[in-house]
Design a protein around this ligand. Structure first.
Ligand code: FAD
Length: 347
């Protein structure tokens, strides 16, 4: 009798690695192709919240997170250039860990389970077919109409935070600050630049530091930045897409990217991978066709993510509309209901 069929995963970020781990735990042979190397820095708020934590537990990976130094985040605070909210408890605790540590720990775990990781290998974009899963991350959008989105991130020390997660919004975008392993703080921002805007881009340090006189500027005044950790991305596509709109099986940002303001993209990557495991195992064992496996996975992913993608879009619009930022900050500071609702609906 023939053994289980092999799965090829293209992309070794969080989605590809957790899917690979889940499949190896079920004895499925897996080859994973990753364009980069481990460890490496990625643009990410490094704040894991919501149902993705349950997916990590289901995959037996909570010990890996704590072993890699993940910090529990219990409180959050919201700031505009002129208004500060006091720290509030998060409706459920989050985990903060650098992608430098997290992706490398997952790759090591995948290898330890007998997974085959081929790093430094960029697979041509048009690969497809039975046995191939796309986990290649966000789909770049070079020049969408209206605003162009870009992300910046750097690790820093000497950043005095009043909450485990601080969200600072301005007319240009937002910057999240959170404590990560070894006493560091991740400084990560998403910014938009209007197509018609003139003038050169700001230096990353200036862009991440916020407007003069703002609470963000004060936080970062004495910061020492780890230049090696700096990274950037552009061409972000933030319009939601359904898993069913892709002809192949996808996991993580390859399905769609949730606006980063939610801090839920990593969770969605873990969840999509955990959801995909049973159907892919069934295909590997010859118990289902590839088409049936794909249908099951896209239906489950779309059912799991549709609601939060809609809420996330509205939340992102709200916090990025200058006229609404201060009223939202005031409301979120006064009303537990608003605060909890915004958190829960986007997770
Ligand atoms: C500014 C910003 C802040 C964010 N903050 C948060 C946050 O605080 N919390 C949160 O949960 N999420 C956050 N996110 C989202 C989060 O980073 C993503 O959702 C998450 O990285 C998705 O994981 P992934 O594995 O799908 O993609 P990725 O992590 O991007 O991994 C994709 C991998 O595929 C590889 N690859 C691509 N193409 C190929 C190819 N052709 N061949 C081989 N390899 C290939 C890439 O090298 C990469 O390693 C943020 C995103 C941004 C932009």
């Amino acid at each position: 009798m023939a053994g289980p069929q092999s799965i090829t995963i293209v992309g070794g970020g969080l989605a590809g690695l957790t899917l690979g781990i889940g499949l190896r735990q079920q004895g499925v042979p897996v080859i994973l192709h990753e364009a980069g190397q481990y460890p490496r820095h990625r643009v990410c708020g490094e704040f894991i919240s919501g149902r993705g934590q349950a997916a990590l537990v289901a995959l037996g990976l909570e010990g890996l997170m704590t072993g890699a130094g993940a910090v529990s985040a219990q409180t959050a605070a919201f700031f505009t250039a002129t208004r500060s909210s006091s720290p509030r408890p998060l409706p459920s605790p989050a985990l903060c860990l650098s992608r430098f540590a997290l992706d490398a720990a997952l790759a090591e775990k995948f290898r330890a389970l007998g997974g085959d990781v081929q790093t430094g290998q960029r697979v041509p974009a048009d690969f497809t077919g039975e046995g191939f899963v796309r986990a290649t991350g966000r789909r770049a959008q070079a020049s969408p109409a209206g605003a162009r989105w870009f992300g910046l991130k750097v690790h820093a020390r000497n950043v005095p935070l009043v909450a485990d997660l601080e969200m600072h919004v301005s007319s240009e975008g937002y910057v999240g600050l959170c404590r990560i392993e070894n006493g560091g703080v991740n400084v990560c921002g998403l910014f938009r630049r209007r197509a018609e805007e003139k003038g050169g881009a700001k230096h990353w340090r200036e862009q991440l530091s916020g407007p003069p006189g703002s609470p963000l500027r004060q936080r970062l005044a004495g910061a020492s930045f780890d230049q090696e950790s700096f990274c950037s991305i552009a061409g972000l596509a933030l319009s939601p897409r359904q898993a069913a709109s892709h002809p192949e099986i996808c996991v993580g940002d390859a399905i769609t990217m949730i606006p980063p303001v939610t801090g839920n993209g990593m969770s969605m990557a873990f969840e999509a991978s955990a959801l995909a495991v049973p159907a892919l195992v069934a295909w590997s064992r010859g118990e289902s066709s590839w088409a049936d496996a794909r249908l099951k996975i896209v239906q489950e992913c779309d059912a799991a993510f549709a609601g939060r993608l809609v809420w996330a879009r509205w939340l992102q619009r709200l916090v990025l509309t200058p006229l609404l930022q201060n009223p939202f900050a005031a409301l979120a500071a006064r009303s537990d209901w608003v605060w909890r609702r915004a958190f829960e609906k986007t997770r």
